[in-house]
Ligand binder design. Structure first.
Ligand SMILES: C[S@@+](CC[C@H](N)C(=O)[O-])C[C@H]1O[C@@H](n2cnc3c(N)ncnc32)[C@H](O)[C@@H]1O
Length: 265
């Protein structure tokens, strides 16, 4: 299994202005790549992750304020969000995050301890709402025929595995990755959680504290951009920072990464 390589590591650390003895929250701990580097430089880190299969405090960052207070991190110098899924999650077949493993349950929950799976969602929602999800979260051109094909297929037999969905959509990697992404965003209410998480983070930051957010989806980036424009932040990045060609070649996850940094006023 490939280890998770932290994206834009140096830029994240510089953005957080990591200094010894100061406190930071890593709201998306994952494999702990960024958090370990903060600690190596003497920072104290509270790691949070919604996935119980990590070494972080288990919780959704939409509750960041409560989690931070419970763990004695009610005022901090920097908060990091590195959104999306980790390589570990993508490479674990039974999580259902990847269409590459065709025999996996169609789950896609980051927190498998609660909520509806993608299979339950896809078998329950009306065709029009599936269409909406594919358009809204993936801007998928084939949203209508795919929603219809799902509607017809599930009338014959419920959709249960990643393979069931791949069969319906066909072997089209681009379409498959967009449809899986759209389902993942819906199942985990990723945009709702992000908006609440950013608002909570603003309250936890001390004056001149840094908010550092790595996104991998254009709509996510838009949420972050708007948030930094209208709330009490000085924008450190007017344009998002992206990875160099070299980093993109080394780490394919870095290809779509956008990094935005704000400083609390
Ligand atoms: C890209 S990975 C983070 C990788 C990490 N920075 C590293 O270097 O190892 C994203 C992580 O965020 C977690 N996550 C996603 N949405 C979350 C949420 N709403 N609350 C808490 N954690 C979340 C995922 O479970 C995943 O482990």
């Amino acid at each position: 299994m490939k280890p998770h390589i932290p994206v834009l590591l140096n830029q994240v650390i510089a953005g957080l202005q990591v200094a010894a003895g100061k406190r930071y929250i890593d709201a998306t701990f994952g494999g702990g790549g960024h958090a370990r580097e903060i600690e190596r430089r003497g920072g104290k880190v509270l790691g949070i992750d919604t996935d119980p299969d990590t070494d972080a405090v288990h919780g959704n960052f939409r509750d960041i304020k409560k989690i931070a207070q419970e763990n004695g991190f009610s005022k901090v110098s920097g908060i990091l969000f590195d959104l999306g899924v980790s390589s570990h999650q993508l490479d674990t077949p039974e999580r259902g995050f990847s269409y590459r493993f065709t025999n996996a349950p169609l789950d896609l929950r980051m927190d498998q301890s609660k909520g509806e799976t993608a299979a339950q969602l896809i078998n329950r929602l009306p065709e029009s709402e599936l269409y909406d999800i594919f358009v809204r979260y993936a801007e998928e051109e084939l949203a209508r025929p795919i929603a219809h094909a799902i509607y017809r297929a599930r009338a014959v037999k419920p959709i249960e595995t990643t393979g069931d969905l791949v069969k319906i959509i066909g072997n089209r990697p681009g379409v498959l990755s967009r449809i899986f992404q759209a389902l993942r965003i819906a199942v985990n209410d990723e945009f709702g959680a992000l908006k609440e998480g950013l608002a909570g983070a603003e309250e936890l930051l001390e004056q001149e504290g840094r908010l550092v957010v790595l996104t991998f989806h254009s709509l996510e980036d838009r949420i972050v951009k708007k948030f930094l424009e209208r709330s009490g932040f000085r924008r450190i990045t007017k344009k998002p920072i992206v990875a160099t060609q070299e980093e993109k070649e080394l780490n394919p996850r870095a290809r779509s990464a956008k990094l935005r940094i704000g400083e609390k006023l």
